[in-house]
Design a protein around this ligand. Structure first.
Ligand code: TXA
Ligand code: MG
Length: 340
């Protein structure tokens, strides 16, 4: 096995990026582009993904370069259904149960990679495990079906930026770096898939669009949380767990009960904190306090407030239940200190 491969620096603005609406012919065009080794951003039910043919190592290398993603960070293989997933990974009884219950949908399973798995080693960063998911989005499914291969698709943002939930977000990050962007409107769920590893015991690697209690119901117990070592970029069991992965440039102040001069406010619910009237900009994840609505708005609102030239972003407390776990996870990462 070779060591980590450092992707070549892409030349920004080199690729003419086309944006097309999700109309008849879009899936066929996307699949043709992927088959030719191209990069296509498309909506899924969670966030927009940047797709490449998972079996084409050159296309996968191009994808890492376009994202500016360290190549040790493995990708999720998106497939059409459970039988297709079984060709990539070894499913034990627990994996079968979770897949039967939640696919298609916002759940990614990390499983032992099957011998002869056609996914390029680069896409799994040389690990002997593989992340697989069956997305619940008509267009995404149509593209995968037409290509006839698994599609690796990380969130379609530059590495370290927040995930895109609209085609415009994708364009802001990746114009000149990808071939095609399909505009299918805002992503319904708004946060990435929940990732559960079933390598040894069930481990929740990333809270996401499928709430923990749903998984508990099938497992009969809570999945264990990923150990602290996963949060350590040196340990990199699940590299995407790096603490400051979801990073706006503006500093976030969590659980704010007031708004300080110069700050923007990311609100939740109806009771706005004192100082709101002086905020540089106010966005409310969900005035009604609905966590589904809040998840769908999260990344879009973070991007907008990041551009508001505020001294900081005050973020109101968001409850932890249901999708609140994933929302709090992304907010904590966005608020984590970082080097650059
Ligand atoms: O909702 C989603 O999952 C979106 C849409 C586009 O499907 N995709 C997405 O991919 O969020 P990405 O690459 O941004 O995040 C995938 C995460 C990364 O943190 C990566 O480290 C982790 O999955 N991962 C992938 N393969 C893994 C493996 N074999 N073991 C542990 N973690 C893995
Ligand atoms: Mg991502």
């Amino acid at each position: 096995m070779t060591g980590p491969i450092t992707p070549a620096k892409p030349t920004p603005g080199k690729v003419p990026t086309r944006v097309i609406p999700n109309e008849a012919g879009a899936a066929a065009e996307a699949a043709a582009c992927l088959a030719g080794g191209g990069l296509v951003a498309f909506p899924t039910e969670t966030v927009y993904g940047l797709g490449a043919d998972a079996t084409n190592a050159t296309a996968v290398a191009k994808l890492y370069a376009a994202k500016g993603r360290p190549s040790f960070n493995p990708l999720i293989a998106h497939v059409i259904d459970l039988p297709a997933a079984r060709r990539l990974a070894v499913f034990d009884a627990t994996a079968e149960r979770l897949a039967a219950k939640f696919w298609p949908g916002p759940l990614t399973l990390v499983l032992k990679k099957r011998t002869g798995c056609p996914v390029a080693d680069l896409a799994t960063a040389g690990l002997d495990s593989i992340a697989v998911r069956v997305p619940d989005h008509e267009l995404a499914r149509e593209i995968i079906k037409r290509l006839g291969h698994p599609v690796v698709a990380p969130s379609a943002n530059r590495s370290g930026h927040v995930s895109p939930t609209t085609a415009k977000h994708v364009l802001d990050d990746l114009q000149g770096r990808v071939d095609l962007i399909i505009d299918g409107g805002p992503a319904a769920v708004g946060v990435e898939s929940t990732i559960v590893a079933l390598l040894d015991r069930p481990l929740l690697l990333r809270p996401g669009g499928l709430p923990r209690n749903e998984i508990r119901r099938v497992l009969g117990k809570d999945p264990d949380d990923a150990p602290a070592s996963v949060m350590d970029p040196e340990a990199l069991i699940a590299p995407g767990m790096m603490a400051s992965h979801y990073a706006p440039r503006t500093t976030l102040r969590l659980n704010a009960t007031d708004v300080k001069p110069g700050e923007a406010l990311l609100a939740f619910g109806a009771n706005l904190p004192k100082g709101t009237e002086n905020a540089v900009r106010v966005l409310n994840l969900s005035p009604a306090g609905d966590l589904l609505e809040a998840a769908a708005n999260l990344f879009s609102d973070l991007r907008t407030l990041d551009a508001a030239e505020a001294t900081g972003i005050a973020v109101m407390k968001v409850p932890f239940e249901g999708l609140g776990e994933a929302i709090n996870d992304r907010l904590a990462r966005a608020a984590a200190p970082r080097d650059n």
